[in-house]
Design a protein around this ligand. Structure first.
Ligand SMILES: C[S@@+](CC[C@H](N)C(=O)[O-])C[C@H]1O[C@@H](n2cnc3c(N)ncnc32)[C@H](O)[C@@H]1O
Length: 296
C-alpha cells in the first residue's frame, strides 16, 4: 500500500514550518502572545482553514483568550465548543449554561453564541473560588487557593453585556433560581473541578436537556481533579448514560442527550438523582417536585 505524506496545511496568518519548529524547540511561545496566536492558528479544522467556514471562530478566540493568551493553545477544547454549540443551536431548543465561570473566558464564548441565537445563558459560580466546605481529601494549598483571583465585576467585564445572561452567584446547587429550574437546556458546560457540584450539576441538567443537547464536563481524564472523574463515573452508573472523552488539555467528557421519545407531558415519570419528573399534562420538558402544580 502506498503511504502519502500529508503536509500540514497552512492556515491564514500561520508561521512557516521552520519558524514553527524554532518557536516550539525554544519554547518561545511562553514569551510571546503573537507566537501563541500563531501556534493556535496552525491547528485548525480544514473547514475553517480551507473553506473559511465558521467565521465566528475569530470572535470566539478573542473572547476565549482575554487576559490569558495561552488558553488559545487548547484548541481542541475551543473548537469542540465552537463546532458543537453552533451545531446544537441550529437544531435544538433550550438555554445554555456554565457551572464554573471563574474569570469568564469560556462563558464569554457561550454568551457570544447564546446572543446570536437569542437564547438565555446561565452563568453560575461563587466568584470567589472554592468554599472551605468543598475541600477534598487530596487538596493541596494550591488547590485550596485556586480561582480566588476573580470576582463578579471582573467576570462581567470579560463576558460582556447581553440581556439574556443570568448571573447565578453562590454555591451551586443552592444558588439555583426558580427560572433556572423551570428552564430546559441545549448546551451546558460543567467546569467546577470537584466531586459534589459536578455530580449535582449532572443530576440537575441531564433531565432538563432537550434531545440532541450536550453537556461538556471538564477535567474527567486530566488526572488533576479525581473528584471530577468520580462524579462523572457515578452519574453514568446511576443514569445509564454514556459519553465520549475529548483529547483536550483538561480531558473533557461529553454527554449527548438522545431523543426524547415521549413528547413533553405524555411520558412516564422518571427519577434522576433523587428528583422526579412528573410529566403530568405539562408542556415543559421537565417538571419536578419544585415546579409541579405550576404547569400550563
Ligand atoms: C476551572 S474554574 C472555571 C474555568 C472556566 N470555565 C474557564 O474555562 O474559563 C472552576 C470554577 O468553579 C467554581 N466552583 C467550584 N465549585 C462551585 C460551586 N459549588 N458553585 C459555584 N461555583 C463553583 C470555582 O469558583 C471556579 O471559579
Amino acid at each position: 500500500m502506498e503511504h502519502r505524506i500529508v503536509q500540514p496545511r497552512a492556515a491564514p496568518e500561520s508561521p512557516s514550518m521552520d519558524e514553527l519548529e524554532s518557536i516550539i524547540s525554544n519554547r518561545s511561545y511562553l514569551n510571546s502572545n503573537n507566537y501563541s496566536r500563531s501556534l493556535a492558528v496552525m491547528l485548525q479544522p480544514g473547514s475553517y482553514s480551507d473553506f473559511r467556514a465558521h467565521p465566528e471562530f475569530d470572535e470566539a478566540f478573542e473572547r476565549w483568550t482575554q487576559g490569558d493568551r495561552y488558553r488559545g493553545l487548547d484548541m481542541v477544547r475551543l473548537w469542540s465548543f465552537v463546532l458543537n454549540i453552533k451545531h446544537i443551536l441550529s437544531r435544538c431548543p433550550g438555554s445554555l449554561a456554565e457551572v464554573g465561570v471563574y474569570k469568564g473566558q469560556s462563558s464569554a464564548v457561550l454568551s457570544y453564541f447564546a446572543e446570536k441565537a437569542a437564547r438565555k445563558v446561565y452563568l453560575a459560580d461563587t466568584f470567589e473560588g472554592f468554599a472551605e466546605s468543598q475541600f477534598e481529601a487530596d487538596f493541596s494549598n494550591g488547590k485550596k487557593q485556586a480561582f480566588k483571583d476573580t470576582n463578579l465585576v471582573m467576570a462581567k467585564d470579560v463576558v460582556g453585556i447581553y440581556s439574556g445572561i443570568r448571573w447565578i452567584v453562590g454555591l451551586f446547587p443552592a444558588s439555583v433560581t426558580a427560572e433556572m429550574r423551570a428552564d430546559y437546556y441545549s448546551f451546558v458546560s460543567i467546569d467546577c473541578d470537584i466531586y459534589e457540584p459536578i455530580r449535582d450539576a449532572l443530576r440537575f441538567f441531564w433531565p432538563r436537556m432537550t434531545p440532541g443537547g450536550m453537556i461538556f464536563v471538564h477535567d474527567y481524564s486530566s488526572g488533576y481533579w479525581p473528584g471530577a472523574t468520580r462524579a462523572i463515573d457515578e452519574f453514568c452508573a446511576e443514569s445509564g448514560v454514556r459519553g465520549m472523552l475529548l483529547p483536550d488539555l483538561g480531558g473533557s467528557y461529553v454527554l449527548v442527550r438522545q431523543g426524547w421519545p415521549e413528547a413533553p407531558g405524555r411520558g412516564p415519570e422518571r427519577t434522576v438523582g433523587g428528583a422526579t419528573d412528573h410529566h403530568s399534562d405539562c408542556s415543559r420538558y421537565w417538571c419536578d417536585d419544585a415546579t409541579a402544580g405550576e404547569c400550563n
